[in-house]
Every structure is written in structure tokens, then in C-alpha cells.
Design a protein around this ligand. Structure first.
Ligand code: ADP
Ligand code: ADP
Length: 218
């Protein structure tokens, strides 16, 4: 059974066809990239997988279930571009709050340390830099120790060192057999991290292959 199976997904916003007849399957423990320029329909696709949007048509199965199935909350971690965190929460409070939502949470202190957040535990969300907010949103996606992680533009706002940190984190997920659906507009990021990549353009998949095969085809 694929970890994610999408068949003939369509989603429009008014006159905009954001996603058109998109189909792909992500295998368990695979790191699957969605690569493409701004406006290609990447975020809309993963928002449908995360049940944050309702497809106009097509079908999506996540770990064999309907994306809206409540049982998925304990199995799927999601990092999106807007966190929706309260400005007044400190990093530690946010980590503890999220950890409390799970029966067997990951060790939030270790996660914070791995993401270079240890010296920011007492800092309120509003006072974090863009890169620090990004690190926190990744930590929160991982705090439930999920089997499947959705990461939307994980290196946004990070400097080269921060980028290396989060890339190492994804490599660690690979070693633990976690399935990752990773959205990026950076070819280098997709090539380094992903087993296979779906290239999106104007709402459609225009290529789907390993990074090496995609690079050889150009
Ligand atoms: P990407 O993540 O690849 O940048 P998106 O899925 O965000 O692409 O957007 C795909 C298309 O849908 C774009 O043309 C975008 O402007 C449009 N779009 C995205 N979200 C909305 C929305 N909430 N309302 C109207 N149009 C939207
Ligand atoms: P931003 O540029 O948004 O402030 P950075 O990625 O630069 O975010 O990280 C903020 C600070 O944290 C930087 O000064 C960087 O040197 C430091 N930093 C980055 N990664 C680590 C880490 N793994 N451990 C400790 N400190 C780190």
C-alpha cells in the first residue's frame, strides 16, 4: 500500500485551475519531492493531502485512509508556510503544547537542540527571526514522532548553515524509515534529498522520476 496515493486531483479557485489532473503515489519510507515554480500548484496539492482543502474531484488516500480521518492526526506531521502560532507563545511553550497533544511525543528538547533552538526556548514567537520560526515549525511537525511528514518549503528563510541543519534532519528521517512529502522550488534541495521528484508546472505534473534521471533528461 502506498503511503500517499493521489488520483486525478483537480482543484480550482474561481477561474484559476490550481491543480489539474494530478496523479502520483508515494511509497512507504520514500522521500518524494514536489518541485516547481511559484504558482505551480504545489501547496494546493499538499494542502489537499493534509485535509486543509477539499479537492474539486479526484481521490486521495493517506496511509490507506481518507485524509480527513482523525486517526491520521497521530501519524502525520505537517509543516506549512504559515504556522498560525500565537505571537505570545515562547518556543518552549509551543513545543510543550504540541507535545501534550500526543500520547508518545518525541523528546522536544532533543528536537529543539537538533534544530539549533536551545538558546531560544524562552523567546516569544513574535521575536523570532524568519529562520528561527521556520526551525520551530519543523520541530512542531516532528513532535508527534509521525510516520509521514509533509514539509512545505522547509528551508525558507534559512542561511546556508540552517539549510544544512534541516537537510541533515531530513536525512535522519530517511534513516528512520519516515515517509516524507517535500515541497520545494529549489532544484538543488530536491536533488539532494529526494528519491523521486514530481515536477509541477501550471497545475500539472510535467515530469516524474529520480533526480538523476531528471537531470540527465535536461
Ligand atoms: P505553489 O505552491 O506551487 O506556489 P499554489 O498551490 O500556492 O502554488 O497556487 C496555485 C495557483 O492557485 C496560483 O495561481 C495561485 O495564485 C492560486 N491560489 C492559491 N491559493 C489560492 C487561494 N486561496 N485563492 C485563490 N487563488 C489561489
Ligand atoms: P536566521 O538567519 O533567520 O536568524 P539562522 O539559520 O541564521 O536563522 O539561525 C540563527 C542563528 O542560529 C545563527 O546565528 C546561527 O549561527 C545559529 N545556528 C544555526 N544553526 C545552529 C545550530 N545547529 N546550533 C546552534 N546554533 C545554530
Amino acid at each position: 500500500m502506498p503511503a500517499i496515493e493521489i488520483e486525478h486531483l483537480n482543484k480550482r479557485y474561481g477561474a484559476t485551475e490550481a491543480v489539474r489532473d494530478v496523479s502520483f503515489a508515494v511509497e512507504p519510507a520514500e522521500i518524494f519531492g514536489i518541485l516547481g515554480p511559484n504558482g505551480a500548484g504545489k501547496t494546493t496539492t499538499v494542502e489537499c493531502v493534509a485535509a486543509l482543502r477539499t479537492p474539486d474531484s479526484g481521490s486521495i488516500r493517506v496511509l490507506g485512509r481518507d485524509p480527513r480521518d482523525r486517526a491520521l492526526r497521530a501519524l502525520v506531521g505537517v509543516q506549512l508556510q504559515e504556522s498560525g502560532l500565537q505571537d505570545k507563545l515562547t518556543v518552549q511553550e509551543a513545543l510543550e503544547l504540541y507535545a501534550a497533544c500526543y500520547r508518545e511525543p518525541a523528546d522536544w528538547r532533543a528536537l529543539a537542540a537538533g534544530l539549533g533552538l536551545t538558546d531560544r526556548l524562552g523567546t516569544r514567537y513574535a521575536k523570532l527571526s524568519g529562520g528561527q520560526k521556520q526551525r520551530l515549525s519543523i520541530a512542531l511537525a516532528l513532535i508527534g514522532d509521525p510516520r509521514l511528514v509533509i514539509l512545505d518549503e522547509l528551508s525558507t528563510g534559512l542561511d546556508p548553515r540552517g539549510r544544512r541543519d534541516v537537510w541533515a534532519l531530513v536525512a535522519g528521517l530517511r534513516e528512520r524509515g519516515v515517509t516524507v512529502l517535500l515541497v520545494t522550488h529549489l532544484t538543488e534541495e530536491a536533488a539532494r534529498l529526494c528519491d523521486r521528484v514530481a515536477v509541477f508546472d501550471r497545475g500539472e505534473i510535467v515530469a516524474l522520476d529520480t533526480p538523476a534521471a531528471l537531470a540527465a533528461g535536461h
